[in-house]
Design a protein around this ligand. Sequence first.
Ligand code: NG6
Ligand code: CA
Length: 500
Amino acid sequence: MCSLTIMLMECKSSNFNKVENTKPNIVVIYADDLGYGDLSSYGATELLTPNIDRIANEGIRFTNGYATSPTCTPSRFSMLSGIYPFRSQRAKILPGNAPLLFEIGKQTLPSMLKDAGYFTGVVGKWHLGLGDENMNWNEDIKPGPLEIGFDYSYIMASTNDRVPSVYVKNHNIDGLDPKDPISVSYRSNFEGEPTGKENPELLKVHPSHGHNKSIHNGISRIGYMKGGKSALFIDEDMSDDFLRESKNFINNHKDTPFFLFYSLHQPHVPRIPHPRFAGKSGLGPRGDVILEADWAVGEFLNELEKLGIAENTIVIFSSDNGPVLDDGYHDESETKIGKHKPRGGLRGGKYSLFDAGTHVPFMVRWPAKIKPSVSDALVCQIDLTASLASLVGQQNTTPDSENILDALTGTSKEGRQNLLLGQNNITSFIKGNYVLIPPHKGPKRVNKWVKNETGRDRNMQLYNLKEDRSQQNNLADKNPEIVAAMMRELEIIKKMNKSN
Ligand code: NG6
Ligand code: CA
């Protein structure tokens, strides 16, 4: 048992109030599609991110930190549920009207912390489904975050490129006028409503592929919607909206231990910075929204300081998947990229089994306990539940989360021994320095717009990530025994299907 756990448990037996005061606040700041090379603390030179870098420089900067999946929904699902995405058939990119992905009643990261006495909240992107089949967006929207362990939620209903373009506060759309109800469809348009496909003259940003359905704020999206005018979000204000809500949350709960999942929407498409940041990066909107996110993180960290709680607040920063340039809109992400390298020398990117799909920035700051350092330990977002459970004296009952608290707090350089990545039957497997990518059918590139390599190949692939971080030398043919051993272990993990 780690020393921090012992310390908290000793406090618990001697004086319950004392443990309540000792428990650190916990904040997970989660970027959307931010690559390993997108931050100056991870080597970016064309783009400076001094505020996010503060978390890295004042805490532990992990060089082997992972999301479980190269897309949003499965990574978020496993971070909050402690379940590998492949165990859930539905854990893949969800449409905006998908039902809630979680099985209610099972332990989650927020429910575990709630059981430990934390006030728990989520602000920002969700993309984990809401409600059940045939949900009416004008009534109570549930089940959702409040049914899986959050005490408070202020979330984007789906993604910034999927309808409905509204925020949901607890069980209801924020600012909805009952006289102007909202209708949502992912099948057919509502009569008389313009679309990006038919009315390009109404657009301020044009789609490159997909994203040509309902228009809101001069941007066409995925899916159709109608009504709800007073509740529609303004893309330019989204960063400020989530920052305001996050600051309110910590102000309101500064006197109890709190857990906040602050889920940024940057740099996911559509990349629409506030005018304060437009043109500031010289790299086009993708760079501008990264600067905007960096600013918001700085404001949030300042607020922790202003409230006098920064010292005993754990701030974890990471990203849900790797980077992508064109992801559906003409937004100069390719033409203005210049020398910036979002994947930071890794191979692949969003949607990819190659390393840049899941190998992301990962940093942990806790001024009261953590000494600044850099760690090569293999750490994954899926481990937050078991690790933080150990910290706050709770049992982890999730199947795949591992207790790597010592690595996360810097008292050990050892993290996970292995890690299964991907979703459904499209997976890869890390063990020690090696990554194994079993044969998968499918295209080499996502499509003609999204140029990221998928990492799929009909042949077995094995790479030594330590010696060959850009995955140029496939070692599978020369090392059949390593391949066989890793395949066996991968299959065992897949079959284990431990459940609560
Ligand atoms: C894709 C979208 C892409 C993005 C992605 C989900 C098209 C053509 N592409 O289907 O723009 O929304 O889904 O991204 O529609 S994620 O980061 O939320 O996983
Ligand atoms: Ca994402």
